[in-house]
Write a protein of this length. Structure first.
Length: 168
């Protein structure tokens, strides 16, 4: 690993700010960064059986309104990210949107987070997707033990020093 200034390591030409000069993990000091508006959107999907899709589209889930539970879980997951991901800073989210779309083979999950802070909200959006997907899995597992959470990924971010980014 080629090392730079203390607290800044590189791997394959990319900065790894969570590693110090010895390669040990540490929390990045964001105190000198400017407060800016930042947004991030992540997506994922819960693959389910056609029978589960029919139950989700109707009123047949044994545990109740699976989509409502997943939506609330996604919001809670985004809000609690700094408690779940060791090196994430706690931030005051100004908005969280959880969208769930039932398709013919899956429930598509999208979480968008907004903040005005010194650090981004990518991890909050990703955590929101993961927790929404896990809650949805819990709600359908009795009727669909093969349900599978897949493709959790960041799709867009804006704000901050690194600027805007969007997955192609």
């Amino acid at each position: 690993m080629a090392l730079l200034a203390p607290g800044r390591a590189r791997y394959r030409g990319r900065m790894l700010p969570h590693l110090d000069q010895t390669g040990a993990a540490h929390m990045v000091d964001v105190g000198a960064k400017s407060v800016t508006a930042r947004n991030a959107t992540a997506r994922g999907r819960l693959l389910v059986s056609p029978e589960t899709i029919a139950l989700l589209r109707g009123d047949g889930m044994p545990k109740g309104d699976a989509l409502a539970v997943a939506r609330i879980a996604g919001i809670m997951g985004a809000k609690r990210t700094s408690e779940l991901i060791p090196l994430c800073h706690p931030i005051a989210l100004s908005g969280i949107e959880v969208e769930l779309e039932i398709t013919d083979a899956a429930v598509e999950i999208a979480v968008s987070c907004r903040v005005a802070d010194r650090t981004g909200v990518e991890m909050e959006a990703l955590t929101g997707v993961a927790i929404a997907g896990l809650a949805l899995h819990d709600m359908v597992k009795a009727v669909d033990p093969l349900a599978m959470l897949t493709d959790v990924r960041l799709v867009a971010k804006s704000g901050g020093r690194s600027g805007d980014w969007q997955r192609e």
